[in-house]
Structure formats: C-alpha cells, structure tokens
Design a protein around this ligand. Structure first.
Ligand code: ADP
Length: 247
C-alpha cells in the first residue's frame, strides 16, 4: 500500500532534543475508521509523536502525510483546519460557561464570543450542539455550567468541543485517566460511536481500556516502534514482554 491509501502515514519521523532522539525513524500508518492505541513505557516518545503530528513540535526529519497534505510543512493552526483534533490530558473548557455555550464556541460556524452579543443563535448551531451533546452523554446537561460537571463529564465535553469541528483524525492523550469504571465503559462506547469516517489515535496506559477500544496497538520504545498488531499479538511479543517486565 502507498502512503496515500491511509488517513495518516508517518514515515521516517525523527526529532532530536540536544542530540537525544526522542522519536527515532518512526513509521506509523492509520486507516480510516480505525482506533489506534499507542502504548509504551514512560519516556518512550508517545506524547512527542502526538506533538509532532499536531505541529506543536517540529520534526528534525521525516514526513507526516494526512490524507494528501504534508503536515510537517504546516503550522499548528493550519493542521487543526486540515482536520486534526488533539485533546490534551487536562481539559481546556470554559468552567463559567454552560455545556451548550462551550460546544457553541467551538463550532466553526458558531457566533463566537462577540457575535453572541449581537446575533441570534441560528438553528444549525442548535441542531449541531444537540447532536454532539447526545454522543458525549451530556444532552440533559446543556444548561449546566461546565465547572459543575464531574471529571469524566468534563473530559467528554472537551471531546465534544473537538467533535463539533468535525475532524477526520482525533488524537487523545489518556482520555480515561481518573475516570470511574462506569465512565470508562461509556468512554469506550463514545469512541467506538465516533469513528464512522474518522480515525482516532489514543495514548493509553490502562491496558484493559486499550484492549477494549483498539483495532490495532502500536508499542513504542526509545522513540521507535517495538511491536504492532492486535492487543493479543503485542502482549505475547517477547520484545514487548522484555521491555515491560525487564527479563
Ligand atoms: P512518553 O509520552 O512516552 O512518556 P515523551 O514523548 O513525553 O514520552 O518523551 C520522550 C523523551 O523525550 C523523554 O526522554 C523526554 O524527556 C524527552 N523530551 C520530550 N520533550 C522534550 C523537550 N521539549 N526537550 C527535551 N527533551 C524532551
């Protein structure tokens, strides 16, 4: 298969910090509709890979093809516009605004902060906010200030704020950290629901959750791909066992 056959095709990606290669000649291919989970020990380069894809960090060499676009040549802002959404570990929601307002502000065709003072909400915004709020389990909490949501609900709201921008690729950094068992289960359901025509890349430490959601797993170690495939395959890979168990 060629790089263009994938939604995301990372090839030969390398970044050095003061001579230290945090990501070292890495290649990664993600299909449309796939949930790819990236695992690996601390310091393996997982966060740096997401930082490189979303343009927060610039690569030393290599290419990142997103559909037909070369992301290494684009700014962080252009990458968002191209259809790549990234959620960081700590939610960046507006605590004083309602769930509805948070989603509305993230909607590209919404009124924005100043427009809200002068223009009426149009029906398209209302419909979109309602549709997204259902997929993130917040349809009955639209009028609640975001600051009063539970930890899990805040994470879902932030995912919703990305979804309302309709990205083709969504990248999430440990989305279920600190969540209850019930919230984890619902997050798995949420992620599976949103992959129609969209790919999701997730960094995850929780192996049970990773197994539940992953179509494929990539194990990173020392900035390289150590193993790749189904969770069962990578868990039984002697190279992975050695890195995790140290024997
Ligand atoms: P992971 O997410 O797998 O825990 P990271 O991607 O955060 O790993 O880090 C990989 C390695 O790169 C670590 O050794 C980290 O210290 C180093 N690193 C990451 N970002 C920087 C930076 N901006 N400057 C210097 N070193 C960095």
């Amino acid at each position: 298969m060629k790089a263009n056959d994938f939604v995301l095709a990372v090839e030969g990606l390398t970044v050095s910090f003061d001579g230290f290669k945090a990501v070292n000649d890495l290649s990664l291919y993600v299909d449309e509709g796939e949930i790819r989970v990236i695992i690996g020990p601390n310091g393996a380069g997982k966060t740096t890979v997401l930082d490189l894809i979303c343009g927060r960090t610039k690569s030393t060499s290599g290419s990142i093809k997103f559909r037909d676009k070369e992301l290494t040549k684009m700014s962080e802002h252009q990458i968002v516009h191209a259809g790549v959404g990234r959620k960081f570990q700590n939610p960046s929601i507006y605590e004083d605004l309602t769930v509805f307002e948070n989603l509305e502000l993230s909607y590209p065709k919404g009124r924005g902060v100043f427009g809200a003072l002068f223009f009426k909400r149009d029906q398209d915004v209302i419909n979109q906010v309602q549709a997204i709020s259902e997929s993130i389990f917040l349809e009955n909490l639209l009028d609640k200030p975001a600051g009063l949501l539970s930890h899990g609900q805040k994470q879902w709201l932030e995912i919703g704020m990305l979804l309302i921008q309709d990205p083709d690729l969504l990248m999430l950094d440990e989305p279920v950290a600190g969540m209850s068992v019930a919230e984890r289960r619902k997050t798995a359901e949420l992620l599976k629901r949103i992959t129609k025509g969209r790919s999701v890349v997730v960094i995850e430490h929780d192996m049970q959750f990773a197994e539940e959601i992953a179509d494929r797993v990539t194990v990173l170690h020392q900035g390289k791909v150590l193993s790749e495939g189904s969770m069962e395959r990578v868990q039984n890979d002697p190279k992975v066992i050695e890195v995790y168990l140290g024997h």
